[in-house]
Design a protein around this ligand. Structure first.
Ligand code: COA
Length: 325
C-alpha cells in the first residue's frame, strides 16, 4: 500500500462561549458537578443562522490553506456529521459548491463521534486504490440544535464546531495502521429518535421531545472505555508498536474520565494525552478533527511523532488510527 498521510489541518469554532456558570442559570446543575464528572468547563455555540455546513466550509478552507492546495485539486470530500443542515442534500455537496471544488465527489457519512476516523479511513482506501489523489475530510457538528436545553443530563455535555484535514499520498511517514468496530445492538443507548422514517416529524414527536438527544450515559461510559482501549490496542499491535512508542494520544473528547480510564487500561502515560474537552465539550465528529488540528498547530505533535487517534460514538461505532506524523 502506498503511503498516505494528513498534509493539512484546519478548524473553526463559533465565537459564542457558554460556560458551566451560564448553564447553572438554565438547568439545575453546578460548575463543580460538570467539571468533576466530565472535565468540561465551557463549550462553543453556533449562531442561530449558522449551520453545520457554514462551520465545515471555514474549517475546510483553513485545511486547504494549510496543505497549500487549491479547492480545484480536491478529488473527494467526505463530511462526517450527525447534525446536517437538512436531511438532504448532504453537507459535503454544500461544502463542494461553496469551495468551488468542481472536480470533487462529495458525500456525508454517519458515524457519530467516530465519524472523523471513519472518514479518514474511507479516504485512505480511495487514495490507496488509485481512484482519487487528494481528499478533504471534515468533522462538523451543530449539536446545540439537537440538545434539549431543559435536560441537565445531556445539555451540559455537547458543543458546536468543525475540524478538517487534507489526506493525500506522502513520500514519508503517514498512516501506519487502522482499526474500526461497530455494534448496532447498542444503538438504543444514544440516539435522536424522531425526524427520520421511523418517526417522521409530527406534533406528537415535538411534544414528546423526540427530536433531541436521548442518552443512557452510565451504560455508554463503560462501553466507551472498553472499546477505546481495545481499538487503540489493536491498531498499535497491527503497527507493531507499544504504548511506550506513542508520542501523542488524541482520543474522542466525550468525558475526561472516559479518556483517563481508557488510558489506564492501555497503560499509557497521561502526559501523552491531548485534551481540549475543558474548552469545547463533546462536539462529536468535530472533536477529534479539532483536537488533531490543535495538537499539530501548537506543536504538541511534531514531524516523526507517533500519533494515535482513538474514537467511540453512537451506533455503537469505534475505531483507531496510528499515524507517523
Ligand atoms: N448536574 C447535576 N447533576 C446531574 C447532572 C448535571 N448536569 N446530570 C445528571 N446529574 C445527576 C443525576 O440526575 C444523578 O442523580 P441521582 O443520583 O440523584 O439520580 C447523578 O447526577 C449521577 O448521575 P449519573 O448519570 O450516574 O452520573 P455519571 O457519573 O454517570 O455522569 C455522564 C454522567 C453523562 C457525565 C457520564 O455517564 C458520561 O459521560 N457518560 C458517557 C457519555 C458519552 O460518552 N456520550 C457520548 C458517547 S460518544
Amino acid at each position: 500500500m502506498k503511503s498516505i498521510g494528513i498534509v493539512g489541518v484546519g478548524k473553526y469554532l463559533p465565537k459564542k462561549v457558554l460556560t458551566n456558570h451560564d448553564l447553572e442559570k438554565l438547568v439545575d446543575t453546578s460548575d463543580e458537578w460538570i467539571v468533576t464528572r466530565t472535565g468540561i468547563r465551557e463549550r462553543r455555540i453556533a449562531e442561530k443562522n449558522e449551520a453545520t455546513s457554514d462551520m465545515a466550509i471555514k474549517a475546510a478552507e483553513a485545511a486547504l490553506k494549510d496543505a497549500k492546495l487549491k479547492a480545484e485539486s480536491i478529488d473527494l470530500i467526505i463530511v462526517a456529521t450527525i447534525s446536517p443542515d437538512m436531511q438532504f442534500p448532504s453537507v459535503a455537496t454544500i461544502v463542494q459548491a461553496a469551495l468551488k471544488a468542481h472536480k470533487a465527489v462529495a458525500f456525508d457519512i454517519s458515524a457519530a463521534c467516530a465519524g472523523f476516523v471513519y472518514a479518514l479511513i474511507i479516504a485512505q482506501q480511495f487514495i490507496a486504490s488509485g481512484k482519487y489523489k487528494n481528499a478533504l475530510i471534515i468533522g462538523a457538528e451543530k449539536l446545540s440544535s439537537l440538545v434539549d436545553w431543559t435536560d441537565r443530563s445531556t445539555c451540559v455535555l455537547f458543543g458546536d464546531g468543525a475540524g478538517a484535514a487534507v489526506v493525500a499520498p506522502v513520500k514519508r511517514n503517514g498512516i501506519i495502521s487502522t482499526y474500526l468496530g461497530s455494534d448496532g445492538t447498542g444503538g438504543n443507548l444514544l440516539m435522536v429518535p424522531a425526524g427520520g422514517s421511523r418517526l417522521p416529524s409530527s406534533h406528537d414527536t415535538i411534544n414528546k421531545k423526540l427530536h433531541f438527544v436521548k442518552m443512557q450515559g452510565n451504560e455508554l461510559f463503560k462501553i466507551a472505555v472498553k472499546c477505546m482501549a481495545e481499538a487503540a490496542n489493536k491498531a498499535l499491535k497491527q503497527a507493531g508498536l507499544g504504548c511506550k512508542e506513542v508520542d501523542c494520544f488524541i482520543p474522542h473528547q466525550a468525558n475526561e474520565r472516559i479518556i483517563l480510564a481508557a488510558a489506564k487500561r492501555l497503560n499509557l502515560d497521561t502526559d501523552k494525552i491531548f485534551m481540549n474537552i475543558d474548552k469545547y465539550g463533546n462536539m462529536s465528529s468535530a472533536s477529534t478533527a479539532i483536537a488533531l488540528c490543535e495538537s499539530v498547530k501548537s506543536k504538541r505533535v511534531k514531524k516523526g511523532d507517533i500519533v494515535v487517534l482513538d474514537v467511540f460514538g453512537a451506533g455503537l461505532v469505534w475505531g483507531a488510527c496510528v499515524i507517523k506524523w
